[in-house]
Ligand binder design. Structure first.
Ligand SMILES: Cc1cc2nc3c(=O)[nH]c(=O)nc-3n(C[C@H](O)[C@H](O)[C@H](O)COP(=O)(O)OP(=O)(O)OC[C@H]3O[C@@H](n4cnc5c(N)ncnc54)[C@H](O)[C@@H]3O)c2cc1C
Length: 422
């Protein structure tokens, strides 16, 4: 994989040089993790005049944020707030108070303050006008440096020493760092090559901080295609379909993979599908290949148009079904398309797909699980460890794609930074 270009030069200062210019009365605050949650925490805490140092294990900051920029950087969403909060599902109860303080409106304003204009796309999603993450991150890091934030990359946090100092593996060897407050913003467990590898779970467990295991969110699923189907159609899109699971339906484009399915509609339903697989072993999702036709209309069209044509020829001519769509319907109907028009129409409106496994966490867009909400107070401070705060994806919440993830991370970072400063 090609990584986005680094924002912090590789020869960034080590913790042994440049002492921080600490004002009297200012706290020393360590922010560990230089993704969106950590950088927002650093911005909020340093705005109070505290001496803030950001540590990150990677050679540069915000690698996952930059990767999100490859898809246009959907920073937030413009829908009504009640609907917006509901997107966080079971986590909405815990995360809403932070979103109320720093939500879609504040994020748009914050982007503008960094010189990044945003716009609302046709789906209601909000993006930077240039669809890029790098200019925003560059402006952000400039602001942090101007506020006196010190940035130390290639510093991997390894826990605490016996006298409760933070320990890092740094380019010059082991380093310990004493802080008045520490904010952990170490991310989830997806795309570990970008820095957030979930290894912090063991460090927190060892310190009796309760976490639920990380699990893939916004992920694809394995369906175990036949060899023929996999070889012929892996990588093919199915355009403008509707995917349904239980009572939820999502329209969009789906991608057939070597082993199953991925894409927007799959990610949107992935939490429920994943949980059903965990409970029942498999989950049956239904694919509507003709979402713009009602069942009755489809039956009528198929009944009227058959003539002496084969079923496949009829479907190609009347419905303009693509070869992968046609083959998928056949694959999921034991290799035989029904000849009766009504049965055929019912199949095309609800092709049953049996999801067997979520794709591995490393491939997911984000992760669920993490630090349990009962471990933190309303300031995101670990109850059993005063002075230690957590923010971002490492807390136990999840949300679909659509700007909800970055909004959640930024609002939690903002809350933790202000609380640590306060
Ligand atoms: C391909 C892709 C596209 C995405 N697109 C979008 C999108 O358009 N919109 C959206 O809302 N969300 C999107 N997301 C999700 C979003 O990027 C993440 O939810 C967000 O980056 C999480 O922020 P975070 O600060 O909590 O963690 P991260 O961004 O993961 O940052 C955590 C940081 O902690 C560092 N770290 C980890 N362990 C240690 C350690 N032991 N010591 C020191 N440092 C450590 C890591 O190096 C990393 O820099 C996308 C994700 C992916 C993978």
């Amino acid at each position: 994989m090609i990584l986005p270009s680094p924002i912090v030069p590789e020869n960034a200062s080590s913790s042994k040089d440049s002492p921080t210019n600490k004002l009297s009365g200012a706290k020393t605050i360590a922010v560990i993790g230089g993704g969106p949650a950590g950088l927002m925490a650093a911005e909020a805490a340093s705005a109070h005049g505290h001496a803030v140092t950001v540590f990150d294990t990677m050679p540069s900051l915000g690698r996952k944020f930059l990767m999100a920029g490859r898809g246009g950087l959907n920073v937030t969403h413009s829908e009504p707030l009640d609907l917006f909060y509901a997107r966080y599902g079971e986590s909405a109860f815990n995360i809403k108070r932070y979103l109320e303080n720093f939500g879609p409106a504040q994020i748009t304003e914050w982007c503008a303050g960094l010189g990044i204009d945003t716009f609302v796309g046709s789906s209601g999603r909000i993006f930077p006008k240039d669809f890029k993450a790098a200019p925003l991150l560059r402006a952000w890091v400039r602001r942090l440096r101007a506020q006196g934030v010190k940035i130390l990359v290639r510093h991997r946090w390894q826990g605490w020493s016996d006298n409760s100092e933070l320990i890092f593996d740094a380019p010059g060897g082991r380093l310990s760092f004493g802080s008045d407050a520490t904010i952990l913003a170490l991310g989830g467990g997806s795309w570990p090559s970008l820095g957030s590898d979930g290894k912090w779970l063991d460090l927190l467990h060892a310190n009796s901080i309760g976490c639920t295991p990380l699990k893939p969110a916004n992920c694809g699923f394995d369906l175990d295609w036949s060899d023929f189907f996999s070889a012929k159609f892996a990588g093919s899109p199915l355009k403008s379909i509707t995917l349904s699971f239980e009572r939820q339906s999502v329209k969009g484009d789906l991608m057939l993979t070597k082993t199953g399915i991925e894409g927007g509609p799959v990610y949107a339903l992935s939490a429920s599908i994943r949980d059903e697989i965990a409970c029942a072993g498999t989950a049956v999702v239904y694919l509507d290949l003709c979402p713009d036709r009602s069942l009755d209309k489809l039956i009528a069209e198929l009944s009227a148009s058959r003539g002496s044509r084969s079923v496949s020829a009829q479907l190609k001519r009347i419905l303009n079904l693509s070869p992968p769509a046609l083959s998928l319907a056949r694959e999921c109907a034991n290799n035989t398309l029904p000849s009766a028009s009504e049965d055929l129409a019912r199949l095309l409106k609800a092709v049953p797909l049996i999801a067997k496994r979520p794709r591995p966490l490393a491939e997911a867009i984000s992760s669920g699980g993490g630090v349990r909400w009962d471990q933190v107070d309303e300031n995101l401070q670990i109850k059993s460890r005063p002075g230690l705060y957590v923010a971002g994806e490492m807390l136990d919440w999840e949300a679909p794609t659509g700007g909800y993830l970055l909004t959640g991370c930024l609002s939690l970072g903002y809350a933790a930074g202000n609380a640590a400063a306060g």
